[in-house]
Design a protein around this ligand. Sequence first.
Ligand SMILES: [Zn+2]
Length: 160
Amino acid sequence: MSEPSTPSIERVPRPGPRPLPPRVSVFTRPFWDALAGGRLISTRCRQCGRVSFPPKPLCRSCWSEDIEWVDLPSTGVLYSFTRVHVVPRAFLADALYDIGIVDLPNGVRLMCRLLDAEPDTDIGSSVRMVSAIYEDGPLFAARVRPGPAASSPSLAKDVP
Ligand SMILES: [Zn+2]
């Protein structure tokens, strides 16, 4: 394992059910079960080493079906984000909200809900991957990391 980061991610309670619950299949169940327990995992090709996200039953690089589940890095860098002002009906209760594109250090680029962002949040900011725990299950999300000046004990109120 060459991943420098710890595999465990913070579990952040969220109100209500997921607006659009994912369809869980036999193949994706390990992903959702791990996420509920505070781990973000995906598939890696045993032949060429490429990590896929979302998880895939075969490698999109070399087409091998010899894949394994691995932990993804728990931190990444914000590639871009947008604040959604006009929301689909299913997300009315969440408006306004932010959607981010996050680069993980293993080459995975993913899109997810971005928590704790401000309109002036910098592109390139460090983010932490989190498991957003709704009443009916988890969704993965990213949380803008507090900067060095903000990482004092007074931030404890931020922790659920
Ligand atoms: Zn491969």
